[in-house]
Write a protein that binds this ligand. Structure first.
Ligand code: SF4
Length: 73
């Protein structure tokens, strides 16, 4: 498994990398720490629009809504 080369600058990754939410952990394992980077919707959004998606736009193209206590930053 290869890490995404955008880990250091990705707002989604840096906000949710320690989140407790099961779906969030799956996104990070599958995309950010897996080979899913190639299909990451955040990267597609960045290329199409020239700027980053909102922090909670997921690698699968949905919007993640978590309670504050579920996000450990
Ligand atoms: S969300 Fe996408 S761009 Fe961000 S670290 Fe994960 S795979 Fe890379």
């Amino acid at each position: 498994m290869a890490n995404c080369k955008h880990l250091n600058v990705c707002k989604f990754y840096n906000k949710y990398k320690n989140a407790l939410d099961a779906n969030c952990r799956i996104y990070i394992a599958k995309y950010c720490h897996g080979c899913g980077e190639l299909n990451c919707k955040r990267l597609e959004f960045r290329i199409s629009n020239g700027y980053s998606a909102v922090d909670n736009y997921t690698p699968e193209g949905g919007v993640l809504i978590l309670l504050d206590e579920e996000v450990l930053v």
